[in-house]
Write a protein that binds this ligand. Structure first.
Ligand code: GDP
Length: 443
């Protein structure tokens, strides 16, 4: 099924390929395929509609990048939008300033909440954080036993008071116990129901009120598909969540629930569960999930190719700019980032004739120097980046930059003078003179 999806997406893009630019008339079919792909990945219908509308607006408003085919530009827009909606980067678990950090786990029964509680404790252990687990599911004795067994397995203490105590009281005492023990995190497992149920919600709300958690994580089974949206909405409206854990991603779901959960709650997915074992927890990465939702590796390869094209076009533009007197520190920074995008500096330099003989040591030295240059440029004001001469003529500006980045004033002076030399050599070259190979500033 995945292959069929990736193929139909490719068909739609192929049709775009013959066009000179993205227009309303030629984009419709590609948008329909994106819609199908997302629905096929179990993204909630309303979320899909909004998403496709946003992609359309972005695609139609996108500047034509000369040299980049519209289909490549389009897939990059879809992919970037997915990553953006899912939050761009990984958001780690909160850490309270004063111990313990309280984490409340919420979710329906069978989603993997208890397993995730133990998985999280193991994850924290690897970060040298110690956790206490609290068992408040008094309705199913097996649930308490399960947590105790998991705790033993990973050597993490479990606080339980049997099945006669009030869950709110267990949670309260659990947090007290954590303080007494001096552990830095307490993770409270709660009772789930097969469906959303007023009693369950009421109890969760009371526990939340009493323990004032730093994190309330909704555990969502990725196989839930479309329903993940309603589930998230209800939990978020009634309890208020700060993040989610998406479980059972090792199954054959494409993980569309991730998009729905994030979109509806506005809160990040923090982890994904990828198996029954306690080790099977991974931080959530939006970019990986984006390619999974779009139909696995094929799409990622397409996106990578598109990115390369865009980089190449950018690089050509940059070269033009380098040859002009307008080249400034902002361009230089951009150029460095381009180099990084296109692979390691070492790899790039090796491709330049005459550079192949550089030793690995020299290459890594070069990379270090470039990083230093980058942090110095980051300490400059926008004005200084745009006009390096300001720095050439003002020692006090150079001192300020040096203080900002933690390097010496002489390092900043050297960067500025190297840069100015390079720029004038570039200009000479563009006027037909052939000076010797200019060095990069900082090298
Ligand atoms: P709870 O009722 O929400 O506490 O759910 P449990 O933690 O008891 O898990 C329910 C079932 O799902 C158990 O059989 C778990 O082994 C299984 N499970 C939990 N997380 C995952 C996961 O990430 N992948 C897979 N394949 N199974 C999981």
């Amino acid at each position: 099924m995945f292959d069929a999806l990736a193929e139909s997406l490719e068909d739609a893009w192929k049709k775009l390929r013959g066009q000179d630019k993205i227009r309303e008339s030629n984009i419709q079919e590609a948008l329909r395929e994106v819609r199908r792909a997302l629905l096929g990945a179990d993204v909630n219908l309303q979320v899909v509609k909004d998403f496709v509308a946003e992609v359309e607006t972005k695609a139609l408003g996108a500047d034509v990048i000369a040299g980049v085919r519209p289909d490549q530009q389009f897939i990059k827009i879809v992919y970037d939008q997915l990553v953006e909606v899912m939050g761009e980067t990984n958001v780690p678990l909160a850490k309270a300033e004063t111990s313990p950090t309280v984490v409340l786990m919420a979710g329906l029964q069978g989603t993997g909440k208890t397993t995730a509680t133990a998985k999280l404790a193991l994850h924290l252990q690897k970060l040298e954080r110690r956790a206490l687990l609290v068992a408040t599911d008094v309705y199913r004795p097996a649930a308490i036993d399960q947590l105790v067994t998991l705790g033993q397995q990973i050597n993490v203490p479990v606080f339980a008071m049997g099945t006669d105590a009030d869950p709110v009281e267990i949670a309260r005492q659990g947090v007290e116990k954590a303080k007494e023990m001096g552990v830095d995190t307490v993770i409270i497992d709660t009772a789930g129901r097969l469906q959303i149920d007023e009693n369950m919600m009421g109890e969760l709300a009371r526990i939340k009120e009493i323990v004032q958690p730093h994190e309330t994580l909704l555990v969502v089974d990725a196989m839930t598909g479309q329903e993940a949206a309603n589930l998230t909405r209800t939990f978020h409206e009634q309890i208020g969540i700060t993040g989610a854990i998406l479980t059972k991603l090792d199954g054959d779901t494409r993980g569309g629930a991730a998009l729905s959960v994030r979109r509806i709650s506005g809160q990040p997915i923090k982890f994904v569960g990828v198996g029954e074992k306690v080790e099977a927890l991974q931080p959530f990465y939006p970019d990986r999930m984006a390619s999974r939702i779009l139909g696995m590796g094929d799409v990622l390869t397409l996106v990578e190719k598109a990115q390369e094209e865009i980089d190449l076009v950018d690089a050509a533009k940059m070269q033009e700019k380098m040859m002009s007197a307008k080249f400034d520190f902002t361009d230089f920074l951009k150029q460095m980032r381009l180099l990084k995008n296109m692979g390691s500096l070492g790899g790039m330099l090796k491709m330049i004739p005459g550079m192949g003989k550089l030793s690995n040591e020299q290459l890594s030295q070069g990379e270090t120097q470039l990083k230093r240059a980058e942090s110095m440029i980051n300490s400059m004001t926008k004005e200084e980046r745009g006009n390096p001469d300001l720095l050439s003529s003002s020692p006090s500006r150079r001192r300020r930059v040096a203080r900002g980045c933690g390097y010496g004033e002489s390092d900043v002076s050297k960067l500025v003078s190297d840069f100015t030399k390079m720029r004038s050599l570039m200009q000479q070259m563009s006027q037909g003179a052939m000076p010797s190979m200019p060095g990069m500033p900082g090298l």
